[in-house]
Ligand binder design. Structure first.
Ligand code: SAM
Length: 492
C-alpha cells in the first residue's frame, strides 16, 4: 500500500511522486518526478525542469534525500526542444508555462521547456546530463503548506494561517470525520486530510476521512485527479453536488461528521441540511425544504455524528454574509457562536545597534545616545571599561588561587589583590564583576545588543475572511441521563 507523500513522504524522493522544487524563498514549483526511461519531450536526458536558475533533469532529482540541494545541469536540448518552445506545443502544464516565461526573457539559446506531468511518463537517460554549477534549487517533500503556496489556483483558496486555526477550532484530529464544501482548489482539503489521518485504525476505531463537495464540474474533475495523483483516494471522498439543494449525504448515507468547514458564498443555505432533525419549513431560506427533502413522512437522515458534539466553521469575506450565517445558526440550535478574523503578519525582528539605547546598558542612567557617532563612541568607552574591570577581576581571582597554593606573584599589577592574596585573604570578584567578565569574555547579552526593532512583511498572503465558529452539542438522551445517574448518584 502506498501512503500519500503528503502523509508520509519517506526519506527520499521517488519516481512518479510529487515533489516541490524551491527555486527561491517564496517561489515553489510542484513537479511529478519522472523516471529516466527514455527521450522525453525533446530532451535526451528525459524530463527536464527549466528555470531561471538553470535546467534540472528529473534524473538528477530522483532518489535523493528530501531537502537536498540540486545543482543545475547542462542539457542536450536538440532542435526539437527549441521548436517546441517557439510553437508552445503541449506546454500546457503550469510549471512549463512558468518556466517558459522565465526562459523567454533569457534570449537566444534559452533551452526548451519540459512538460512534466504525472500522466506523460518518462524517458530513458540516453545521455547523462553534465553537471554545471551555474545555479541550484532545493527539493522538498509535499506538505499542505507548500501545496497551498504552489498549487494551481482555480478559486480563492484558504491559506495556512487561516486553516491551521480553523482545524484547531473545529477539533479536527486523527479519526475525525470532516465535511468540507466547496472543495475549490483543494488547499483546505490537503490540510484537513492530514489533520484527520489516523493510518490504519484498530477495530472499532473510525478511519479519519474528509467528505468534500464541489458543484463546479471542471473544478470537481481537476480535484478528483489531484486526489488520485496525491495518493489520497479513500481519504478524501469528493462528491459533485450543489450542497444548497442536495445536502451532505453520500450515496444516501450519513458521513457522520463531527467537524465541518463551509467555504461557500451562502453558508446559511447549506446549514439546514446540517441538522440532527428535520428543520421546520420556516428554517429553510426559501421557506420550504428543497425538492427531495419535502416529504415529511420520509426519514430524515442527518449527516452529523449522532453521538458526538459537532464543531463548525464558515468562511465569508463580507460582514453581511456573517450576519445571515449567524442568524441561521442561532435559529438552527447552534451555540457558542463567535467570529474571528485572522490578521497574520510575519515580523522580521532584529537588534538596531545604530540607534543603540544606552539606558539599560549604562547601569540605569538615562543617557540615550543622541546620534550614531555618540552611540558608537559611548559603546567603545563602555566596552573598554568592561575589559578593564574584567582584567582586574581576573587578576584578583588569579591572586586568590596563587595564595591558596602558597605561591604569591608580587609582580601582579593588581596590588590589592596581591596584598590580599599574601594575607591569605583574597577577595572574590563581586557579582557585578562576574557579570562584567561574562559580558566581556562572551558576546553581549541580547538586551545589550541594541534596540529591538520589528518590521512587518505586508505581502503575506491571506484571504482575510471572517471565520464564524459554532457548536452543536451532542443530544442528551434519557438513556444517557440514566447512565450518568447510575455512575454519579445524586445525594449519596
Ligand atoms: N476552500 C477552498 C480551498 O481552500 O481551495 C476554496 C473554496 S472556493 C472559495 C468556493 C468553492 O465553492 C468554489 O469552488 C465553488 O464552485 C464552490 N461552491 C459554491 N457554491 C457551491 C454549492 N452550492 N455547492 C457546492 N460547491 C459550491
Amino acid at each position: 500500500v502506498t501512503i500519500s507523500p503528503f502523509l508520509d513522504p519517506g526519506p527520499r524522493t521517488k519516481a512518479h511522486s510529487l515533489a516541490i522544487l524551491q527555486l527561491s524563498r517564496d517561489n515553489l514549483l510542484p513537479v511529478y518526478l519522472q523516471p529516466p526511461t527514455g527521450e522525453h519531450d525533446g530532451y535526451a536526458e528525459g524530463a527536464v525542469v527549466n528555470t531561471r536558475y538553470g535546467s534540472f533533469p528529473h534524473s538528477t532529482m530522483l532518489n535523493v534525500p528530501w531537502g537536498s540541494q540540486i545543482r543545475a545541469s547542462k542539457v542536450d536540448t536538440g532542435s526539437r526542444g527549441r521548436k517546441r518552445k517557439r510553437d508552445g506545443a503541449d506546454d500546457t502544464s503550469r510549471e512549463a508555462t512558468a518556466a517558459a516565461s522565465e526562459k523567454e526573457s533569457e534570449g537566444p539559446g534559452a533551452v526548451a521547456v519540459a512538460t512534466p506531468t504525472k500522466e506523460n511518463g518518462g524517458a530513458p537517460s540516453v545521455k547523462q546530463a553534465v553537471a554545471d554549477s551555474s545555479g541550484f534549487i532545493h527539493i522538498l517533500p509535499p506538505t499542505p503548506e507548500l501545496w497551498t503556496t504552489s498549487l494551481p489556483h482555480r478559486t480563492q483558496v484558504v491559506y495556512t494561517p487561516d486553516y491551521s486555526y480553523i482545524l484547531h477550532r473545529i477539533r479536527a484530529r486523527p479519526g475525525s470525520t470532516l465535511i468540507e464544501a466547496g472543495a475549490g482548489s483543494g488547499s483546505f482539503s490537503h490540510a484537513a486530510v492530514r489533520a484527520v489521518y489516523n493510518g490504519y485504525p484498530s477495530a472499532g476505531q473510525r478511519k479519519g476521512k474528509v467528505f468534500s463537495f464541489e458543484y463546479h464540474e471542471e473544478r470537481y474533475h481537476k480535484m478528483k485527479q489531484e486526489i488520485s495523483d496525491h495518493g489520497l483516494d479513500g481519504l478524501i471522498h469528493l462528491t459533485h453536488r450543489d450542497v444548497y439543494n442536495g445536502g451532505f449525504l453520500v450515496d444516501g448515507r450519513s458521513p457522520q461528521a463531527d467537524a465541518i468547514f463551509l467555504d461557500l458564498p451562502a453558508p446559511w443555505e447549506a446549514l439546514p441540511h446540517l441538522s440532527r432533525r428535520r428543520p421546520p419549513p420556516s428554517l429553510w431560506p426559501s421557506g420550504a425544504p428543497p425538492p427531495g427533502l419535502d416529504d415529511p413522512t420520509k426519514e430524515w437522515i442527518s449527516p452529523l455524528h449522532p453521538r458526538k458534539t459537532v464543531h463548525l466553521c464558515t468562511f465569508s469575506p463580507c460582514i453581511e454574509q456573517v450576519t445571515r450565517t449567524v442568524s441561521a445558526m442561532r435559529r438552527l440550535g447552534w451555540v457558542d457562536i463567535d467570529m474571528v478574523e485572522i490578521a497574520n503578519r510575519r515580523l522580521h525582528a532584529s537588534r538596531d545597534r545604530v540607534g543603540l539605547n544606552l539606558v539599560n546598558f549604562d547601569r540605569g542612567v538615562n543617557n540615550s545616545a543622541k546620534d550614531v557617532e555618540e552611540a558608537v563612541t559611548r559603546l567603545a568607552e563602555i566596552e573598554a571599561r568592561f575589559r578593564e574591570h574584567a582584567a582586574k577581576a581576573r587578576s584578583r581571582a588569579a591572586g586568590a588561587a596563587a595564595a591558596a597554593a602558597g605561591d604569591v606573584d608580587m609582580d601582579s599589577d593588581d596590588e590589592n589583590a596581591g596584598e590580599a592574596a599574601a594575607n591569605g585573604n583574597a577577595p572574590r570578584p563581586t557579582a557585578e564583576e562576574e557579570e562584567e567578565i561574562k559580558i566581556t569574555t562572551n558576546r553581549l547579552p541580547p538586551w545589550m545588543e541594541g534596540r529591538l526593532i520589528t518590521r512587518g512583511e505586508p505581502e503575506i498572503k491571506t484571504h482575510t475572511s471572517y471565520l464564524v465558529f459554532a457548536v452543536l452539542p451532542m443530544e442528551w438522551t434519557e438513556e444517557d441521563e440514566a447512565k450518568a445517574a447510575a455512575k454519579y448518584p445524586v445525594g449519596q
